[in-house]
Design a protein around this ligand. Structure first.
Ligand SMILES: *[C@@H]1O[C@H](CO)[C@@H](O)[C@H](O)[C@H]1NC(C)=O
Ligand SMILES: *[C@@H]1O[C@H](CO)[C@@H](O)[C@H](O)[C@H]1NC(C)=O
Length: 616
Protein backbone atom coordinates (compact mmCIF):
# COMPACT_ATOMS: atom_id res chain seq x y z
CA UNK A 1 0.00 0.00 0.00
CA UNK A 2 1.03 3.59 -0.47
CA UNK A 3 0.08 3.96 3.14
CA UNK A 4 3.48 3.93 4.65
CA UNK A 5 2.34 4.36 8.17
CA UNK A 6 3.58 1.34 9.84
CA UNK A 7 4.90 0.45 13.17
CA UNK A 8 7.59 -1.81 14.38
CA UNK A 9 8.78 -2.76 17.75
CA UNK A 10 11.61 -4.51 19.39
CA UNK A 11 11.46 -6.31 22.65
CA UNK A 12 14.61 -7.12 24.49
CA UNK A 13 15.35 -8.89 27.65
CA UNK A 14 18.56 -9.70 29.37
CA UNK A 15 16.63 -11.66 31.94
CA UNK A 16 17.81 -15.08 30.85
CA UNK A 17 21.15 -16.46 29.91
CA UNK A 18 20.83 -18.16 26.58
CA UNK A 19 23.71 -20.04 24.98
CA UNK A 20 25.57 -17.95 22.40
CA UNK A 21 23.16 -15.06 22.16
CA UNK A 22 22.93 -12.02 24.31
CA UNK A 23 19.30 -11.06 24.14
CA UNK A 24 15.78 -12.17 23.54
CA UNK A 25 14.54 -10.25 20.54
CA UNK A 26 11.06 -9.84 19.15
CA UNK A 27 9.94 -7.73 16.23
CA UNK A 28 6.52 -6.81 14.94
CA UNK A 29 4.80 -4.34 12.67
CA UNK A 30 1.26 -3.23 12.02
CA UNK A 31 -0.61 -0.86 9.76
CA UNK A 32 -1.75 2.34 11.47
CA UNK A 33 -3.12 4.24 8.52
CA UNK A 34 -6.44 5.32 9.95
CA UNK A 35 -9.15 7.38 8.27
CA UNK A 36 -8.15 8.55 4.83
CA UNK A 37 -11.06 10.73 3.90
CA UNK A 38 -11.66 14.35 4.82
CA UNK A 39 -8.90 14.59 7.42
CA UNK A 40 -6.12 17.14 7.20
CA UNK A 41 -2.59 15.74 7.39
CA UNK A 42 -0.34 16.12 10.37
CA UNK A 43 2.87 17.83 9.49
CA UNK A 44 2.13 21.06 7.70
CA UNK A 45 -0.33 23.29 9.48
CA UNK A 46 -2.84 24.19 6.82
CA UNK A 47 -6.60 23.83 6.66
CA UNK A 48 -7.03 25.03 3.12
CA UNK A 49 -6.75 21.81 1.24
CA UNK A 50 -8.31 19.40 3.59
CA UNK A 51 -9.36 16.19 1.99
CA UNK A 52 -6.08 14.33 1.77
CA UNK A 53 -4.10 17.46 2.02
CA UNK A 54 -0.72 17.87 3.31
CA UNK A 55 2.31 15.97 3.93
CA UNK A 56 4.02 15.20 6.95
CA UNK A 57 6.99 15.76 8.88
CA UNK A 58 6.63 13.65 11.94
CA UNK A 59 8.90 10.70 11.51
CA UNK A 60 8.23 9.62 14.96
CA UNK A 61 10.28 7.25 16.89
CA UNK A 62 8.63 6.27 20.06
CA UNK A 63 10.50 4.60 22.82
CA UNK A 64 9.23 3.74 26.19
CA UNK A 65 8.84 1.10 28.78
CA UNK A 66 6.23 0.55 31.40
CA UNK A 67 4.82 4.05 31.01
CA UNK A 68 2.76 2.97 28.09
CA UNK A 69 0.79 0.59 30.20
CA UNK A 70 -1.37 3.24 31.79
CA UNK A 71 -2.86 4.31 28.51
CA UNK A 72 -2.57 1.14 26.57
CA UNK A 73 -3.03 -1.34 29.36
CA UNK A 74 -0.14 -3.29 27.99
CA UNK A 75 0.99 -5.87 30.42
CA UNK A 76 3.83 -6.87 28.15
CA UNK A 77 5.41 -3.47 28.66
CA UNK A 78 5.82 -3.92 32.35
CA UNK A 79 7.68 -7.19 32.12
CA UNK A 80 10.70 -7.00 34.32
CA UNK A 81 13.97 -5.96 32.69
CA UNK A 82 12.41 -5.81 29.31
CA UNK A 83 12.94 -2.95 26.97
CA UNK A 84 10.54 -1.94 24.35
CA UNK A 85 11.27 0.16 21.37
CA UNK A 86 8.48 1.32 19.16
CA UNK A 87 9.23 3.14 15.96
CA UNK A 88 6.25 4.75 14.43
CA UNK A 89 6.47 6.01 10.89
CA UNK A 90 3.96 8.81 10.99
CA UNK A 91 4.74 10.66 7.86
CA UNK A 92 1.78 11.67 5.81
CA UNK A 93 -0.57 10.41 8.41
CA UNK A 94 -4.00 11.94 8.75
CA UNK A 95 -3.87 14.40 11.64
CA UNK A 96 -5.95 14.84 14.72
CA UNK A 97 -4.23 12.36 17.00
CA UNK A 98 -2.26 14.68 19.26
CA UNK A 99 -4.06 16.02 22.29
CA UNK A 100 -2.94 19.63 22.69
CA UNK A 101 -5.07 22.29 20.99
CA UNK A 102 -2.36 23.88 18.87
CA UNK A 103 -1.64 20.62 17.01
CA UNK A 104 -5.32 20.09 16.33
CA UNK A 105 -6.37 23.39 14.85
CA UNK A 106 -5.79 22.39 11.24
CA UNK A 107 -7.49 19.02 11.54
CA UNK A 108 -10.49 20.75 13.11
CA UNK A 109 -10.01 19.03 16.40
CA UNK A 110 -9.28 15.62 17.66
CA UNK A 111 -9.99 12.67 15.40
CA UNK A 112 -10.75 9.71 17.58
CA UNK A 113 -10.29 7.26 14.70
CA UNK A 114 -6.75 8.53 14.00
CA UNK A 115 -5.87 8.13 17.66
CA UNK A 116 -7.45 4.70 18.01
CA UNK A 117 -5.70 3.11 15.03
CA UNK A 118 -2.36 4.24 16.39
CA UNK A 119 -3.04 2.93 19.89
CA UNK A 120 -4.37 -0.26 18.39
CA UNK A 121 -1.36 -0.57 16.08
CA UNK A 122 1.08 -0.05 18.93
CA UNK A 123 -0.66 -2.73 20.94
CA UNK A 124 -0.78 -5.19 18.04
CA UNK A 125 2.86 -4.69 17.12
CA UNK A 126 3.94 -5.12 20.73
CA UNK A 127 1.96 -8.32 21.05
CA UNK A 128 3.45 -9.57 17.80
CA UNK A 129 6.95 -8.72 19.00
CA UNK A 130 6.24 -10.38 22.31
CA UNK A 131 5.06 -13.55 20.66
CA UNK A 132 8.22 -13.55 18.54
CA UNK A 133 10.67 -13.26 21.43
CA UNK A 134 13.61 -15.51 20.61
CA UNK A 135 17.29 -15.69 21.45
CA UNK A 136 19.48 -13.64 19.17
CA UNK A 137 22.21 -11.05 18.91
CA UNK A 138 22.29 -7.38 18.05
CA UNK A 139 25.00 -5.66 16.03
CA UNK A 140 25.60 -1.94 15.71
CA UNK A 141 27.18 -0.14 12.79
CA UNK A 142 27.55 3.39 11.47
CA UNK A 143 28.03 4.94 8.09
CA UNK A 144 28.15 8.33 6.45
CA UNK A 145 25.37 9.32 4.06
CA UNK A 146 26.17 12.71 2.56
CA UNK A 147 23.42 13.39 0.02
CA UNK A 148 20.13 12.88 1.88
CA UNK A 149 19.90 16.05 3.95
CA UNK A 150 20.89 19.74 3.96
CA UNK A 151 20.55 22.45 6.58
CA UNK A 152 17.42 24.52 5.95
CA UNK A 153 18.41 27.25 8.42
CA UNK A 154 22.14 27.65 7.79
CA UNK A 155 22.03 31.29 8.91
CA UNK A 156 20.98 30.14 12.40
CA UNK A 157 23.61 27.39 12.44
CA UNK A 158 26.26 30.00 11.63
CA UNK A 159 25.42 31.82 14.84
CA UNK A 160 26.92 28.93 16.85
CA UNK A 161 30.49 29.62 18.03
CA UNK A 162 33.09 29.18 15.32
CA UNK A 163 35.28 27.00 17.55
CA UNK A 164 32.38 24.62 17.95
CA UNK A 165 31.45 24.58 14.25
CA UNK A 166 35.08 23.85 13.35
CA UNK A 167 34.84 20.47 15.07
CA UNK A 168 32.47 19.22 12.36
CA UNK A 169 32.75 18.77 8.61
CA UNK A 170 29.11 19.54 7.89
CA UNK A 171 26.30 21.74 9.14
CA UNK A 172 24.03 18.67 9.46
CA UNK A 173 24.80 15.21 10.87
CA UNK A 174 25.53 12.76 8.06
CA UNK A 175 25.91 9.69 10.20
CA UNK A 176 23.45 6.81 10.16
CA UNK A 177 23.48 4.47 13.17
CA UNK A 178 21.99 1.05 12.56
CA UNK A 179 21.05 -1.96 14.65
CA UNK A 180 20.97 -5.37 13.05
CA UNK A 181 18.96 -8.12 14.73
CA UNK A 182 20.07 -11.67 14.16
CA UNK A 183 18.07 -14.64 15.36
CA UNK A 184 20.29 -17.48 16.62
CA UNK A 185 18.55 -19.94 14.35
CA UNK A 186 17.01 -17.96 11.50
CA UNK A 187 19.69 -15.36 10.86
CA UNK A 188 18.84 -11.67 10.19
CA UNK A 189 15.29 -10.75 11.19
CA UNK A 190 15.29 -6.96 11.08
CA UNK A 191 16.98 -3.65 11.58
CA UNK A 192 16.36 -0.19 13.05
CA UNK A 193 18.36 2.85 12.09
CA UNK A 194 18.53 6.52 12.95
CA UNK A 195 19.33 9.19 10.40
CA UNK A 196 18.49 12.89 10.39
CA UNK A 197 16.35 14.07 7.50
CA UNK A 198 12.81 15.40 7.51
CA UNK A 199 9.96 13.45 5.95
CA UNK A 200 9.14 16.42 3.77
CA UNK A 201 10.07 15.17 0.33
CA UNK A 202 6.37 15.29 -0.48
CA UNK A 203 5.32 18.93 -0.42
CA UNK A 204 2.38 20.53 1.29
CA UNK A 205 0.32 20.37 -1.87
CA UNK A 206 0.40 16.60 -1.81
CA UNK A 207 -2.88 15.07 -0.76
CA UNK A 208 -2.01 11.39 -0.59
CA UNK A 209 -1.28 9.57 2.62
CA UNK A 210 2.38 8.71 2.53
CA UNK A 211 5.25 7.62 4.73
CA UNK A 212 7.44 10.02 2.77
CA UNK A 213 11.13 9.17 2.32
CA UNK A 214 11.45 7.22 5.61
CA UNK A 215 8.43 5.09 4.79
CA UNK A 216 9.75 4.48 1.28
CA UNK A 217 13.16 3.45 2.65
CA UNK A 218 11.58 1.03 5.11
CA UNK A 219 9.49 -0.56 2.38
CA UNK A 220 12.52 -0.87 0.05
CA UNK A 221 14.47 -2.60 2.78
CA UNK A 222 11.66 -5.02 3.60
CA UNK A 223 11.30 -5.81 -0.11
CA UNK A 224 15.06 -6.37 -0.30
CA UNK A 225 14.64 -9.03 2.38
CA UNK A 226 11.49 -10.40 0.79
CA UNK A 227 12.76 -13.93 1.34
CA UNK A 228 12.06 -13.22 5.00
CA UNK A 229 8.40 -12.24 5.20
CA UNK A 230 8.71 -11.26 8.86
CA UNK A 231 11.69 -8.94 8.32
CA UNK A 232 11.01 -5.64 10.11
CA UNK A 233 12.83 -2.52 9.05
CA UNK A 234 12.44 0.86 10.74
CA UNK A 235 13.97 4.14 9.59
CA UNK A 236 13.82 6.33 12.68
CA UNK A 237 14.17 10.03 13.20
CA UNK A 238 16.89 11.73 15.21
CA UNK A 239 18.15 15.34 15.54
CA UNK A 240 16.30 16.41 12.42
CA UNK A 241 15.23 19.93 13.46
CA UNK A 242 17.05 21.93 10.79
CA UNK A 243 17.54 19.16 8.22
CA UNK A 244 15.69 19.14 4.90
CA UNK A 245 15.58 16.29 2.36
CA UNK A 246 15.27 18.93 -0.35
CA UNK A 247 18.97 18.77 -1.03
CA UNK A 248 19.17 20.95 -4.14
CA UNK A 249 18.53 24.07 -2.05
CA UNK A 250 15.72 26.61 -1.79
CA UNK A 251 14.65 28.63 -4.82
CA UNK A 252 12.06 31.24 -5.72
CA UNK A 253 9.21 29.79 -7.75
CA UNK A 254 8.79 33.04 -9.72
CA UNK A 255 12.40 33.81 -10.71
CA UNK A 256 14.15 30.48 -10.17
CA UNK A 257 16.86 32.30 -8.19
CA UNK A 258 18.06 31.19 -4.75
CA UNK A 259 15.98 32.60 -1.86
CA UNK A 260 17.29 35.23 0.53
CA UNK A 261 19.81 33.50 2.79
CA UNK A 262 18.77 34.97 6.14
CA UNK A 263 15.00 35.03 5.71
CA UNK A 264 14.21 32.44 3.01
CA UNK A 265 12.16 35.00 1.13
CA UNK A 266 11.79 36.04 -2.48
CA UNK A 267 11.50 39.75 -2.83
CA UNK A 268 10.36 39.85 0.78
CA UNK A 269 7.74 37.12 0.38
CA UNK A 270 8.23 33.79 2.13
CA UNK A 271 5.47 31.92 0.31
CA UNK A 272 7.45 31.89 -2.96
CA UNK A 273 10.51 30.13 -1.53
CA UNK A 274 10.58 26.34 -1.84
CA UNK A 275 13.24 23.69 -1.28
CA UNK A 276 13.92 21.38 -4.22
CA UNK A 277 14.37 17.65 -3.84
CA UNK A 278 16.71 15.63 -6.07
CA UNK A 279 13.80 14.62 -8.33
CA UNK A 280 12.63 18.22 -8.82
CA UNK A 281 10.03 19.02 -10.05
CA UNK A 282 8.62 15.53 -9.41
CA UNK A 283 8.17 15.13 -5.66
CA UNK A 284 7.32 11.43 -5.90
CA UNK A 285 10.69 11.00 -7.54
CA UNK A 286 12.36 13.08 -4.80
CA UNK A 287 10.72 10.89 -2.18
CA UNK A 288 11.89 7.74 -3.94
CA UNK A 289 15.47 9.00 -4.34
CA UNK A 290 15.89 10.18 -0.72
CA UNK A 291 14.25 6.94 0.44
CA UNK A 292 16.55 4.90 -1.77
CA UNK A 293 19.68 6.68 -0.57
CA UNK A 294 18.81 5.89 3.04
CA UNK A 295 17.89 2.33 2.09
CA UNK A 296 21.19 1.73 0.24
CA UNK A 297 23.28 3.09 3.09
CA UNK A 298 21.30 0.98 5.56
CA UNK A 299 21.88 -2.17 3.50
CA UNK A 300 25.59 -1.42 3.24
CA UNK A 301 26.11 -1.01 6.98
CA UNK A 302 23.68 -3.83 7.72
CA UNK A 303 25.82 -6.19 5.63
CA UNK A 304 29.08 -5.10 7.25
CA UNK A 305 27.87 -4.79 10.86
CA UNK A 306 30.27 -6.66 13.13
CA UNK A 307 30.27 -4.90 16.50
CA UNK A 308 28.03 -6.89 18.81
CA UNK A 309 26.06 -5.20 21.59
CA UNK A 310 26.89 -6.77 24.91
CA UNK A 311 25.84 -6.06 28.44
CA UNK A 312 22.97 -4.77 30.47
CA UNK A 313 19.59 -3.61 29.30
CA UNK A 314 18.18 -0.70 31.27
CA UNK A 315 16.27 2.56 31.19
CA UNK A 316 15.38 5.66 33.20
CA UNK A 317 12.32 7.81 32.61
CA UNK A 318 11.06 11.04 34.13
CA UNK A 319 8.41 13.68 33.56
CA UNK A 320 9.75 17.21 33.75
CA UNK A 321 7.81 20.47 33.88
CA UNK A 322 9.61 22.53 31.24
CA UNK A 323 7.49 25.63 31.77
CA UNK A 324 9.27 26.73 34.92
CA UNK A 325 12.55 24.93 35.42
CA UNK A 326 15.69 26.22 37.11
CA UNK A 327 18.68 25.44 34.94
CA UNK A 328 22.26 25.79 36.09
CA UNK A 329 24.62 26.67 33.27
CA UNK A 330 28.34 27.48 33.14
CA UNK A 331 29.25 31.14 32.84
CA UNK A 332 32.38 32.68 31.33
CA UNK A 333 35.15 32.64 33.92
CA UNK A 334 34.33 29.22 35.35
CA UNK A 335 31.32 30.30 37.41
CA UNK A 336 27.77 29.00 37.21
CA UNK A 337 24.49 30.84 36.96
CA UNK A 338 20.88 29.78 37.30
CA UNK A 339 18.51 30.60 34.48
CA UNK A 340 14.89 29.65 33.87
CA UNK A 341 12.76 28.09 31.19
CA UNK A 342 9.44 29.77 30.32
CA UNK A 343 5.84 28.74 29.70
CA UNK A 344 5.51 27.61 26.06
CA UNK A 345 5.20 30.24 23.35
CA UNK A 346 5.56 30.31 19.58
CA UNK A 347 7.33 33.13 17.79
CA UNK A 348 6.35 35.01 14.65
CA UNK A 349 8.70 33.00 12.45
CA UNK A 350 6.76 29.85 13.34
CA UNK A 351 4.00 31.12 11.06
CA UNK A 352 6.51 31.68 8.27
CA UNK A 353 6.96 27.92 8.00
CA UNK A 354 10.10 26.55 6.38
CA UNK A 355 11.44 26.10 2.88
CA UNK A 356 9.91 22.61 3.05
CA UNK A 357 6.52 24.21 3.51
CA UNK A 358 6.35 28.00 3.64
CA UNK A 359 3.56 29.66 5.62
CA UNK A 360 1.25 32.40 4.52
CA UNK A 361 0.62 36.11 5.09
CA UNK A 362 3.55 38.38 5.81
CA UNK A 363 5.51 36.23 8.26
CA UNK A 364 9.19 35.66 7.60
CA UNK A 365 11.86 33.52 9.18
CA UNK A 366 14.56 35.30 11.14
CA UNK A 367 12.03 37.76 12.56
CA UNK A 368 12.95 38.94 16.06
CA UNK A 369 10.53 41.88 16.07
CA UNK A 370 7.08 40.78 14.97
CA UNK A 371 4.54 43.34 13.79
CA UNK A 372 1.78 45.41 15.30
CA UNK A 373 -1.11 43.96 13.32
CA UNK A 374 -0.49 40.34 14.26
CA UNK A 375 0.23 41.30 17.86
CA UNK A 376 -3.25 42.82 17.94
CA UNK A 377 -4.72 39.59 16.58
CA UNK A 378 -2.68 37.63 19.09
CA UNK A 379 -3.98 39.70 21.97
CA UNK A 380 -7.52 38.57 21.22
CA UNK A 381 -6.39 35.08 22.20
CA UNK A 382 -3.93 35.95 24.95
CA UNK A 383 -1.68 38.89 25.73
CA UNK A 384 1.62 37.67 27.14
CA UNK A 385 2.73 39.48 30.29
CA UNK A 386 6.03 41.32 30.72
CA UNK A 387 7.68 38.44 32.52
CA UNK A 388 6.85 36.03 29.71
CA UNK A 389 8.01 38.48 27.03
CA UNK A 390 11.31 38.93 28.86
CA UNK A 391 11.74 35.23 29.48
CA UNK A 392 11.18 34.36 25.81
CA UNK A 393 13.34 37.23 24.50
CA UNK A 394 14.33 37.76 21.69
CA UNK A 395 11.39 35.68 20.45
CA UNK A 396 8.49 37.98 19.49
CA UNK A 397 5.51 36.03 20.79
CA UNK A 398 2.85 35.17 18.23
CA UNK A 399 0.96 32.60 20.30
CA UNK A 400 1.38 32.42 24.05
CA UNK A 401 0.32 28.78 23.98
CA UNK A 402 1.74 27.82 27.37
CA UNK A 403 -0.64 30.25 29.02
CA UNK A 404 -3.69 29.37 26.95
CA UNK A 405 -5.92 26.77 28.59
CA UNK A 406 -9.31 27.14 26.94
CA UNK A 407 -11.10 24.89 26.10
CA UNK A 408 -8.11 22.90 27.34
CA UNK A 409 -4.30 23.18 27.23
CA UNK A 410 -2.89 24.53 23.96
CA UNK A 411 0.64 23.27 24.54
CA UNK A 412 2.33 20.72 26.78
CA UNK A 413 4.39 21.82 29.77
CA UNK A 414 5.14 18.43 31.35
CA UNK A 415 7.31 16.40 29.00
CA UNK A 416 8.67 12.86 29.17
CA UNK A 417 12.44 12.38 28.95
CA UNK A 418 13.95 8.94 28.77
CA UNK A 419 17.25 7.17 28.41
CA UNK A 420 17.56 3.55 27.31
CA UNK A 421 20.52 1.28 27.23
CA UNK A 422 21.20 -1.92 25.31
CA UNK A 423 24.77 -2.91 26.10
CA UNK A 424 27.07 -0.17 24.79
CA UNK A 425 24.24 1.57 22.90
CA UNK A 426 22.45 4.41 24.65
CA UNK A 427 19.27 5.94 23.22
CA UNK A 428 18.04 9.39 24.28
CA UNK A 429 14.30 9.77 23.79
CA UNK A 430 13.34 13.39 23.30
CA UNK A 431 9.81 14.68 22.66
CA UNK A 432 10.83 17.19 20.01
CA UNK A 433 12.94 18.02 16.98
CA UNK A 434 16.47 18.91 18.03
CA UNK A 435 18.54 20.84 15.52
CA UNK A 436 21.86 19.42 14.39
CA UNK A 437 24.01 21.34 16.88
CA UNK A 438 21.49 20.97 19.73
CA UNK A 439 21.61 17.21 19.19
CA UNK A 440 25.41 17.17 19.16
CA UNK A 441 25.56 19.06 22.45
CA UNK A 442 23.08 16.72 24.11
CA UNK A 443 24.83 13.57 22.89
CA UNK A 444 28.25 14.89 23.96
CA UNK A 445 26.98 15.83 27.42
CA UNK A 446 25.49 12.38 27.97
CA UNK A 447 28.53 10.62 26.58
CA UNK A 448 30.77 12.57 28.95
CA UNK A 449 28.48 11.86 31.89
CA UNK A 450 28.50 8.15 31.09
CA UNK A 451 32.22 7.72 30.47
CA UNK A 452 33.44 9.92 33.31
CA UNK A 453 31.08 8.56 35.94
CA UNK A 454 31.09 4.89 35.13
CA UNK A 455 34.18 3.25 36.63
CA UNK A 456 34.89 1.76 33.23
CA UNK A 457 31.40 0.41 32.67
CA UNK A 458 31.20 2.62 29.59
CA UNK A 459 34.35 3.39 27.66
CA UNK A 460 34.67 5.78 24.75
CA UNK A 461 33.08 3.08 22.63
CA UNK A 462 29.61 3.94 23.93
CA UNK A 463 27.23 4.81 21.06
CA UNK A 464 24.77 7.57 21.89
CA UNK A 465 21.84 8.17 19.54
CA UNK A 466 18.93 10.56 19.84
CA UNK A 467 15.47 9.19 19.13
CA UNK A 468 13.61 12.32 18.07
CA UNK A 469 9.91 13.12 18.35
CA UNK A 470 9.42 10.54 21.02
CA UNK A 471 6.57 9.89 23.44
CA UNK A 472 4.90 13.25 22.91
CA UNK A 473 5.42 16.28 20.67
CA UNK A 474 6.69 19.67 21.77
CA UNK A 475 8.02 21.12 18.50
CA UNK A 476 11.67 22.23 18.22
CA UNK A 477 14.82 22.60 20.29
CA UNK A 478 17.63 24.86 19.07
CA UNK A 479 20.86 25.97 20.72
CA UNK A 480 20.84 29.26 22.64
CA UNK A 481 22.75 30.90 19.76
CA UNK A 482 20.37 29.63 17.07
CA UNK A 483 17.45 30.81 19.18
CA UNK A 484 18.76 34.39 18.92
CA UNK A 485 18.31 34.27 15.13
CA UNK A 486 14.61 33.25 15.34
CA UNK A 487 14.30 31.18 12.24
CA UNK A 488 11.35 28.74 12.16
CA UNK A 489 13.11 26.31 14.49
CA UNK A 490 14.04 29.00 17.02
CA UNK A 491 10.52 30.43 16.92
CA UNK A 492 9.21 26.90 17.57
CA UNK A 493 11.51 26.28 20.53
CA UNK A 494 8.73 26.52 23.07
CA UNK A 495 10.29 27.02 26.47
CA UNK A 496 12.63 29.91 25.73
CA UNK A 497 16.35 30.33 24.99
CA UNK A 498 17.47 27.82 27.65
CA UNK A 499 15.28 24.92 26.48
CA UNK A 500 18.31 22.93 25.33
CA UNK A 501 20.23 23.60 28.56
CA UNK A 502 17.23 22.25 30.45
CA UNK A 503 17.29 19.04 28.42
CA UNK A 504 21.03 18.64 28.96
CA UNK A 505 20.63 19.12 32.71
CA UNK A 506 17.80 16.57 32.94
CA UNK A 507 19.56 14.02 30.73
CA UNK A 508 22.68 14.25 32.90
CA UNK A 509 20.48 13.17 35.80
CA UNK A 510 19.05 10.29 33.77
CA UNK A 511 22.56 9.20 32.75
CA UNK A 512 23.75 9.26 36.35
CA UNK A 513 20.73 7.25 37.43
CA UNK A 514 21.33 4.74 34.65
CA UNK A 515 24.86 4.23 35.92
CA UNK A 516 23.93 4.12 39.57
CA UNK A 517 20.93 1.91 38.99
CA UNK A 518 18.77 4.04 41.30
CA UNK A 519 15.58 5.45 39.85
CA UNK A 520 15.16 9.16 39.14
CA UNK A 521 12.17 11.02 40.52
CA UNK A 522 9.11 10.18 38.42
CA UNK A 523 8.09 13.84 38.17
CA UNK A 524 4.61 15.35 37.72
CA UNK A 525 2.09 13.40 35.67
CA UNK A 526 1.07 15.11 32.44
CA UNK A 527 -2.68 15.72 32.16
CA UNK A 528 -4.76 13.12 30.36
CA UNK A 529 -6.76 15.25 27.97
CA UNK A 530 -8.47 12.41 26.20
CA UNK A 531 -11.93 12.96 27.64
CA UNK A 532 -11.76 16.71 26.99
CA UNK A 533 -11.14 16.40 23.29
CA UNK A 534 -13.38 18.26 20.92
CA UNK A 535 -13.91 17.24 17.35
CA UNK A 536 -15.26 19.80 14.92
CA UNK A 537 -14.61 17.69 11.91
CA UNK A 538 -17.84 16.71 10.18
CA UNK A 539 -17.83 12.94 10.33
CA UNK A 540 -18.32 10.86 7.25
CA UNK A 541 -22.07 10.43 7.62
CA UNK A 542 -22.74 7.15 5.89
CA UNK A 543 -19.93 4.79 5.12
CA UNK A 544 -20.42 1.15 5.91
CA UNK A 545 -19.26 -2.27 4.84
CA UNK A 546 -21.31 -5.32 3.84
CA UNK A 547 -22.30 -7.66 6.66
CA UNK A 548 -19.46 -9.86 7.84
CA UNK A 549 -16.76 -7.55 6.54
CA UNK A 550 -14.92 -4.87 8.49
CA UNK A 551 -12.97 -1.82 7.42
CA UNK A 552 -9.31 -2.70 7.49
CA UNK A 553 -9.84 -6.34 6.56
CA UNK A 554 -8.16 -5.70 3.26
CA UNK A 555 -5.77 -3.21 1.84
CA UNK A 556 -6.95 -0.03 0.10
CA UNK A 557 -5.91 -1.08 -3.38
CA UNK A 558 -4.50 -4.15 -5.01
CA UNK A 559 -3.04 -5.21 -8.35
CA UNK A 560 -3.24 -8.87 -9.21
CA UNK A 561 -1.48 -10.72 -11.99
CA UNK A 562 -3.10 -13.57 -13.89
CA UNK A 563 -1.22 -16.80 -13.56
CA UNK A 564 -2.16 -19.69 -15.81
CA UNK A 565 -5.80 -19.85 -16.85
CA UNK A 566 -7.70 -18.34 -13.98
CA UNK A 567 -5.51 -17.87 -10.94
CA UNK A 568 -5.06 -14.27 -9.79
CA UNK A 569 -1.98 -13.67 -7.63
CA UNK A 570 -1.69 -10.45 -5.55
CA UNK A 571 1.35 -8.55 -6.85
CA UNK A 572 1.20 -4.94 -5.60
CA UNK A 573 -0.74 -3.27 -2.82
CA UNK A 574 -1.11 0.41 -2.01
CA UNK A 575 2.00 0.30 0.17
CA UNK A 576 4.02 -0.23 -3.01
CA UNK A 577 5.61 2.82 -4.50
CA UNK A 578 4.07 2.17 -7.92
CA UNK A 579 0.46 2.10 -6.75
CA UNK A 580 -1.46 5.25 -5.84
CA UNK A 581 -4.90 5.23 -4.33
CA UNK A 582 -6.85 8.47 -4.71
CA UNK A 583 -10.13 9.32 -3.14
CA UNK A 584 -12.31 12.30 -3.91
CA UNK A 585 -15.77 13.68 -3.44
CA UNK A 586 -17.47 15.53 -6.31
CA UNK A 587 -18.75 18.16 -3.86
CA UNK A 588 -18.60 18.91 -0.16
CA UNK A 589 -21.09 16.72 1.73
CA UNK A 590 -21.83 14.74 -1.38
CA UNK A 591 -22.98 11.23 -0.44
CA UNK A 592 -20.93 9.83 -3.32
CA UNK A 593 -17.19 9.57 -3.51
CA UNK A 594 -14.73 8.25 -6.05
CA UNK A 595 -11.73 6.03 -5.65
CA UNK A 596 -9.10 6.04 -8.39
CA UNK A 597 -6.17 3.65 -8.54
CA UNK A 598 -3.09 4.65 -10.49
CA UNK A 599 -0.61 1.94 -11.24
CA UNK A 600 2.69 3.12 -12.71
CA UNK A 601 3.85 -0.15 -14.12
CA UNK A 602 7.39 -0.82 -12.93
CA UNK A 603 9.98 -2.25 -15.33
CA UNK A 604 10.18 -5.29 -13.12
CA UNK A 605 6.50 -6.17 -13.55
CA UNK A 606 5.90 -9.45 -15.35
CA UNK A 607 3.95 -9.00 -18.56
CA UNK A 608 0.57 -10.60 -18.92
CA UNK A 609 -2.92 -9.86 -17.71
CA UNK A 610 -3.40 -7.88 -14.60
CA UNK A 611 -6.32 -6.33 -12.80
CA UNK A 612 -6.59 -3.70 -10.11
CA UNK A 613 -9.31 -3.08 -7.59
CA UNK A 614 -10.17 -1.36 -4.38
CA UNK A 615 -10.76 -3.19 -1.16
CA UNK A 616 -11.93 -0.83 1.53
C1 LIG B 1 12.90 -7.38 38.70
O1 LIG B 1 14.28 -7.68 38.72
C2 LIG B 1 14.94 -7.28 39.89
C3 LIG B 1 16.43 -7.51 39.70
O2 LIG B 1 16.70 -8.76 39.12
C4 LIG B 1 14.37 -8.07 41.08
O3 LIG B 1 15.01 -7.69 42.27
C5 LIG B 1 12.87 -7.77 41.18
O4 LIG B 1 12.30 -8.55 42.18
C6 LIG B 1 12.18 -8.07 39.84
N1 LIG B 1 10.80 -7.61 39.89
C7 LIG B 1 9.78 -8.32 39.43
C8 LIG B 1 8.45 -7.67 39.53
O5 LIG B 1 9.91 -9.44 38.99
C1 LIG C 1 22.67 37.59 7.11
O1 LIG C 1 22.63 38.22 8.38
C2 LIG C 1 23.88 38.40 8.96
C3 LIG C 1 23.68 38.88 10.38
O2 LIG C 1 22.79 39.97 10.40
C4 LIG C 1 24.69 39.38 8.10
O3 LIG C 1 25.95 39.59 8.67
C5 LIG C 1 24.83 38.79 6.72
O4 LIG C 1 25.47 39.69 5.87
C6 LIG C 1 23.48 38.41 6.13
N1 LIG C 1 23.71 37.63 4.91
C7 LIG C 1 23.08 37.87 3.78
C8 LIG C 1 23.49 37.03 2.60
O5 LIG C 1 22.23 38.72 3.66
Amino acid sequence: MWLWSFLACLLLSSGRTVSASTYLIGLGSYDITGPAADVNMMGYANTEQNYFRGSLQVASSDIYCGRASRKLRMETCTMNRTLLLVALTLMLVPGGYLQYVVYLVTSLGFVRQSFDVIVDGIEKSILQAHENLRPGSIFVNKGELVDAGVNRSPSAYLNNPETERKKYNYNVDKEMTLLKFVDDEWGPIGSFNWFATHGTSMSRTNSLISGDNKGAAARFMEDWKADRPQFVSAFCQTNVGDVSPNVLGAFCIDTGLPCDFNHSTCNGKNELCYGRGPGYPDEFESTRIIGERQFRKAVEIFNTASEQLKGKVGFQHAYVDFSNLDVTIPKAGGDYETVKTCPAAMGFAFAAGTTDGPGAFDFTQGDDKGNAFWKLVRNILKTPNEEQIKCQHPKPILLDTGEMNEPYDWAPSVLPVQILRIGQLVILSVPGEFTTMAGRRLRDAVQTALTSGSNGEFDSNVHVVIAGLTNTYSQYVTTFEEYQVQRYEGASTLYGPHTLDAYIQEFRKLAAALLGGQAVEAGPQPPDLLDKQISLLIPVIVDTTPIGVNFGDGTYALVEILQGEDEWIPAYDDDDFCLRFKWSRPAKLSPRSYATIEWRIPDSAVSGSSRAFVVA
